[in-house]
Every structure is written in structure tokens, then in C-alpha cells.
Ligand binder design. Structure first.
Ligand SMILES: Nc1ncnc2c1ncn2[C@@H]1O[C@H](COP(=O)(O)OP(=O)(O)OP(=O)(O)O)[C@@H](O)[C@H]1O
Ligand SMILES: [Mg+2]
Length: 246
């Protein structure tokens, strides 16, 4: 993909839910190959930003561009086809399907025939599963048998399986053991070295810090600060809002 454009450019985004302004004139850019952290207190609007980039929620006003194209009016499948994919803060697997079938849906998002006729690239499914630390023996399990940590890994696997190059990770470390956090962090570093772009939301700042080039802090849907993690965390407004200091 061209490097002349930002992977994602959010321009003057506003999202209102009735009388609540959840996103308030927010603008930011994610460069191609960059990893950007998005932090803020509970209810700041981080997940709402993700939902709008994916087209699951439509903004009240403002625009979202991907690689120079306005994607603001595209459907979610069209945005996925443009190489953007997300994980969910609360994992959203297809509960009636096995782990393998969940990954298969990610690999073949537009082909229900793939499932009906049970044709698939089994080696690729296994490769994606292994890359996130799922075991071969997990593939035939139904998702109801998975631990929270394995559900998180499956979220990441389904996102990777779409072939996306821009990954939006919402609380990707929540519910993982420290060993699993290290494993997913290593995977993210590996993908960064391959040129993937990331927007990462996490309350686990120590885990997030080495994974991001830059951070944006938001509160009440508006930008409080932007810069390196240490710059943002030393910003007075961020310390008051996010870190609860007065
Ligand atoms: N579908 C919705 N309808 C009404 N209000 C909503 C909806 N989704 C989010 N909100 C509100 O928008 C604001 C931002 O919510 P959001 O979930 O984006 O915050 P967040 O930063 O992801 O928080 P957390 O860290 O707790 O995940 C909150 O006040 C929330 O209650
Ligand atoms: Mg959230």
C-alpha cells in the first residue's frame, strides 16, 4: 500500500448518543506502519472510536479516511476488505462454532459456502491459531470451552485471519496471564516489524508502552494530549483525568 497517505486519518469526529456527546471533535492520524496507543478513563470514548472506524457506528459528523480514501460511508465488510480489522473488548466469537471455524470465518469473511461445504485451508487456520498461542488441540473445541485468555487469543486470530494490515486492538491484554501478555506483546512486535499498523487500547500501560510509537489521551471524547507515552503521562490534564491525581 502507498506510504503517501496515512493508514487512518480521523477528521473532526463527533458522535452523539441522544444528549451525550461521546466523541467531541476528535482528529488524529495513524501513519502507515505506525503503532498508536489510545488511552483514557472508562467511558472516554475509546471503543466508540473503534466502532466508527469499522463502520459499526456511524459518526454524527466528521470523516474517516484510510490510505487517502474517505471510508466514512462504507459498510463494515467494505472496510475489512480495505485491510482494517478490530478486536472487541468483550470477545465476540461465533459461539456455536469451533475455534477452527471461527478462524475460518475470518479467513473467508464473504464465503458462507466455505462453511457449508467445509472446505478450507486447514494449514492456514492452524498457522493463524499457532501465531497467537492457541494450541492445535484447541482448534476443534467449541468456543464455550475456552478460557478468557484463549478467547482473547481467538479474537486476535480472527482479526489477523482477515488479512488486515491495520489492526485495532481493544483491551487485547485483559484477562490474560502475564505469560500470555508477553506472548501477545511479542506477536505485536513481530507484526510491527512486518509493517502492520496498530491502534491499541489498553489499561495495562506497562504492557502497552514498548508497543507504541506514540500515544493519544482522550477524555469525554476530546483529545487531552498527544506524544510519546512519557510526554502524555506527564501532561497535567492527563494526570488529573486518567491517573486520578489532583
Ligand atoms: N451505544 C451506545 N448508546 C449510548 N451511549 C453509548 C453507547 N456506546 C457508548 N456510549 C457511551 O459513550 C461513552 C463512551 O463509551 P466507550 O465505550 O467508547 O468508552 P471507553 O473509553 O471505551 O470506556 P472503557 O475504558 O470503559 O471501555 C460512554 O459515556 C458510554 O456510556
Ligand atoms: Mg472501551
Amino acid at each position: 500500500m502507498s506510504t503517501n497517505f496515512y493508514a487512518i486519518e480521523v477528521r473532526n469526529l463527533v458522535k452523539r448518543f441522544g444528549g451525550l456527546t461521546a466523541i467531541n471533535d476528535l482528529s488524529f492520524c495513524l501513519a502507515d506502519g505506525e503503532s498508536l496507543g489510545l488511552i483514557g478513563p472508562n467511558g472516554a470514548g475509546k471503543t466508540t472510536v473503534f466502532s466508527q472506524i469499522m463502520g459499526e457506528l456511524i459518526q454524527t459528523s466528521g470523516e474517516i479516511h484510510a490510505y487517502g480514501n474517505d471510508i466514512s460511508k462504507l459498510s463494515t465488510p467494505q472496510r475489512i476488505a480495505k485491510g482494517i480489522s478490530r478486536t472487541y473488548q468483550v470477545p465476540r466469537p461465533f459461539v456455536g462454532l469451533s475455534v477452527r471455524e471461527n478462524i475460518r470465518v475470518g479467513l473467508m469473511p464473504n464465503s458462507i459456502w466455505q462453511l457449508i461445504f467445509n472446505t478450507s485451508d486447514m494449514a492456514r487456520e492452524e498457522e493463524v491459531a499457532m501465531s497467537v498461542g492457541l494450541k492445535a488441540s484447541d482448534l476443534e473445541k467449541t468456543v464455550s470451552e475456552l478460557s478468557m485468555g484463549d478467547l482473547r487469543k481467538l479474537e486476535f486470530a480472527r482479526t489477523l485471519a482477515t488479512g488486515a494490515r491495520v489492526l485495532l486492538l481493544d483491551e487485547v491484554f485483559a484477562g490474560l496471564t502475564s505469560g500470555e501478555v508477553t506472548m501477545i506483546a511479542n506477536l505485536i512486535q513481530d507484526l510491527r516489524s512486518q509493517g502492520y499498523s496498530f491502534l491499541i487500547v489498553s489499561h495495562d500501560l506497562p504492557a502497552m508502552t514498548p508497543l507504541v510509537d506514540r500515544v493519544i489521551a482522550i477524555e469525554l471524547g476530546a483529545k487531552l494530549a498527544e506524544g510519546s507515552m512519557s510526554e502524555v503521562l506527564s501532561n497535567e490534564a492527563v494526570r488529573t483525568s486518567y491517573l486520578g491525581e489532583s
